[in-house]
Design a protein around this ligand. Sequence first.
Ligand code: PNS
Length: 177
Amino acid sequence: MVNEVSSGLTHPPTRETSVRRVVCPGSFDPVTNGHIDIIERASRLFDAVVVAVLINKSKRGLFPIEERLEMLREVTEVYGNVTIEAFHGLLVDFCRERDIPAMVKGLRAVSDFDYELQMAQMNHRLAGVETLFVATNPLYSFLSSSLVKEVATYGGDVSGLVPPPVLDRLAKRLAEQ
Ligand code: PNS
């Protein structure tokens, strides 16, 4: 007989629904073209994509959460099946409350892998939530929100790395600092 330990299943499979939904989580401070690439590809694979923006009370970002949500809404409107929400606490609780069985994450390089694997295994252990990894478009494999902020802070050109509305807001925000 297959028991919980031998099967490795600590949670019953999530209820099947006819609508296939997935979460794309992150800090999105701000959203980059690398994020958009993953969200767009997820939106083609799933019926509905929920972008979940982490509210991290211990880390002050460049953009307030509301502005991150606004930028994400503006640049994902075109896909038609993407919604944007903020969350705090555990990502698996966010997924569980909405009955969403999986999340999609981009893998840029081997350096992303160790921590992503650890989180994927923990999230599966906690709630049976699956993590699906999508290989980042090589055009964006060097790209991160932190690098965009650093380069833009010192006057470097980040056009082509973030969507145009984000570029505008980035310039405004940095001018206010
Ligand atoms: O864009 P980021 O900052 O790399 O995204 C990281 C994020 C938000 C996906 C990750 O930090 C997360 O899931 N945080 C929520 C808290 C949580 O569930 N922690 C346990 C992870 S196993």
